[in-house]
Design a binder for this molecule. Sequence first.
Ligand code: TR5
Length: 146
Amino acid sequence: VLLLPRRFMCRNAASGNEEAAAKAAAEIADTGAPTIFDKIIAKEIPSTIVYEDDKVLAFRDVNPQAPVHILVIPKIRDGLTQLGKAEPRHAEVLGHLLFAAKLVAEKEGIVDGFRVVINNGPEACQSVYHLHLHVLGGRQLKWPPG
Ligand code: TR5
């Protein structure tokens, strides 16, 4: 029997690895603390960058859920840990992120069929609290998502 709260029923929990799930759950919270993405932005941790401009960075997801799986993130988080925390001042960067997602889809040759996903909060299985768009494609995607 899985005793973890529903909001932690993501990834490791789903695979039955309760120890890993508990560890992951303990580490995942919107504390406003720097995340692994800050290190990727600072290039302290390597990533496969596919698009970059002054405001956003797009790089390949380390655990791809489709043949093309890219994350598009703002270079400056400015409180935007999750979409639900967006303020009017974030409107410009939100639009910029979405347009960057389209550029990435073009670059990757999937512009005729791709999906943009934002997981917001524990019940959506958000695991990194630095806003990011998932750009997924390269295979037939199913609907509805899980
Ligand atoms: O679950 P959400 O929506 O928050 O998505 C976070 C995504 O970040 C997941 O799809 C992870 O696979 C991805 N991720 C996590 C790390 C990471 C990464 N993608 C690229 N490089 C990464 N590094 C170096 N480290 C991670 N912890």
